[in-house]
Design a protein around this ligand. Structure first.
Ligand SMILES: [Zn+2]
Length: 311
């Protein structure tokens, strides 16, 4: 139940509880998980809180009514959960959802749909969800869940209330290496080398732009070989650019120690340029998953990122 998360997610807990108490809950949320390990449970607890006839947030008070029980057994008709079908969330999945909900709209209950890994909405599905969000129905609540807000279309994000969860483990006193290890969850022996290579690559790329293409063997391919290493390294690029954005927004850095390079890159880029670069890296990560030519992909990345600054 929602009360279990007071300690971990104090601010979010208060936002959610107050919204429902005042009957001013949003019709569309994006939950940004930030790798918080209990994110899915918290979201389901919020769903229960919305759907439980008494809006109980506490196990001793409820968790036992028919509604809460149905949610637990995943047979609640007022709740639909959509997961990616393979690589993508497809339009057909959303059409089925809309049909299901229209049949049920005679009852007056709230209806909730959860879209897990919402960054995987393909273009058609994203457009179809957009229509849903543009004309929200009185008693329908959309919950989009993602670990990567930057990968969701701006037009969708702007129509949703963003609920950004705290990471469970505070990063205080952890090294950059340990932080990245805790996020990627994959034990790679050469992680230190991957981090060093990725950072040097960005620092070089930011100075030399598209000329970097002449240096890819030395800067990248000599150290980063197999597909798994590529994937991890591109994620390190993402963390690095996100921390550069954090610096630009006067926030604390999440993963890296502040360096002169981070300051310089932040000064030399506008916020929009940094977001564009993050989007380029995200797209590339999607392509890696379908096993494209790695050398070509890296060249494409260099050209596109170089162009953001020239354009
Ligand atoms: Zn209940």
């Amino acid at each position: 139940m929602l009360d279990e998360y007071v300690e971990d997610q104090k601010i979010i807990y208060n936002i959610l509880i107050n919204a429902v108490k005042k009957n001013k809950y949003s019709h569309a949320y994006i939950f940004e998980k930030n790798n918080y390990e209990n994110a899915d449970k918290l979201i389901l607890a919020f769903v229960k809180y919305l759907l439980c006839p008494k809006n109980y947030s506490n196990n001793e008070l409820c968790g036992k009514c028919t509604q809460c029980d149905k949610i637990d057994r995943n047979i609640c008709l007022d709740l639909e959960i959509i997961n990616p079908d393979g690589l993508w969330i497809k339009k057909e999945q959303l059409e089925k959802l809309q049909l299901d909900f229209s049949k049920k709209s005679l009852e007056n209950n709230k209806k909730i749909y959860i879209i897990n890994e919402a960054e995987k909405l393909n273009v058609q599905a994203a457009n179809s969800i957009l229509k849903f969000l543009e004309e929200p129905e009185e008693n329908i609540v959309a919950i989009l869940v993602t670990n990567n807000l930057y990968q969701i279309l701006d037009t969708i994000v702007s129509r949703c209330q963003i609920i950004s969860l705290n990471r469970k483990n505070s990063y205080d006193n952890m090294s950059t290496l340990d932080k990245i290890l805790s996020i990627i969850n994959s034990n790679t022996e050469n992680l230190e080398l991957l981090i060093e290579t990725s950072i040097k690559f960005v620092n070089y790329l930011e100075k030399n732009r598209t000329d970097t293409i002449l240096m890819t063997n030395k800067l990248w391919h000599n150290n980063i070989k197999d597909r798994n290493d590529y994937l991890i390294s591109y994620n390190i690029l993402l963390f690095y650019y996100k921390d550069i954005i954090n610096y630009k927004l006067n926030r604390n850095l999440e993963i890296f120690e502040l360096t002169n390079e981070i300051k310089n890159i932040s000064d030399n880029n506008t916020f929009n340029q940094l977001i564009k670069k993050i989007n380029i890296i995200n797209e590339l990560i999607d392509h890696i998953k379908v096993n494209a030519n790695q050398n070509l992909l890296l060249d494409k990345l260099i050209i596109e990122i170089g162009d953001v600054m020239n354009g």
